[in-house]
Design a binder for this molecule. Sequence first.
Ligand code: GDP
Length: 200
Amino acid sequence: MNILSVQFVKSCSSASQFPRYRYPEFAFFGRSNVGKSSLINMLMKKKNLVKTGSKPGVTKTVNFFLLNDSISIADLPGFGYAKVPLEIKKAFLPLIRKYIDNRDNLRLAFLLIDIRRIPDRFELEILSHLSKRRVPAAITLTKCDKLSRNQREQRIRLISRELEISRDALFMTSAKSGDGRKEMLRLIEEYAVPLNGPGD
Ligand code: GDP
């Protein structure tokens, strides 16, 4: 799939503001600092579509983008950073849950995990919520350029064991080198079949 156009749609701090369109949607989940903004920018080949390196603790929103006038991208708020004040944590975890519960057009979730970290409660909670809604998740390991091939293999073993999934279900990316871009776009294309059947 080629990226022909990318438009910012809106930034939403509550579920009532989510766009009502029915374009097939792809969501990006991950902890603060996991490299989510960098990865989305890399995917779209845009330098600053999503602001990177921003300090946590600021307003948390779900940001929507439209790709090639036909595919919706949702950038979910980062979570789990120790310095995020409790009141903000309380406000945006429900927003993430509401997002998963309410988006009937959600086709696939990319759950980003820093390859150097062990997934914990946050990732497991997101996965279990997605699975309740029968939304497939692509476990996306970020910042893979930071490790050697051997180190990567070790991390993949650990992470797949922790999440109880096959290691083939994990895929490796780097916003720095562009690794994983083709595979992610291929996955988006594959899952972006139109929602409305004939006669709808
Ligand atoms: P976000 O909070 O998840 O949106 O994370 P950012 O995209 O802002 O990235 C957090 C930090 O990690 C920044 O300093 C990025 O430059 C760095 N970073 C992000 N992706 C990569 C990557 O693939 N490789 C390397 N080496 N650094 C990365």
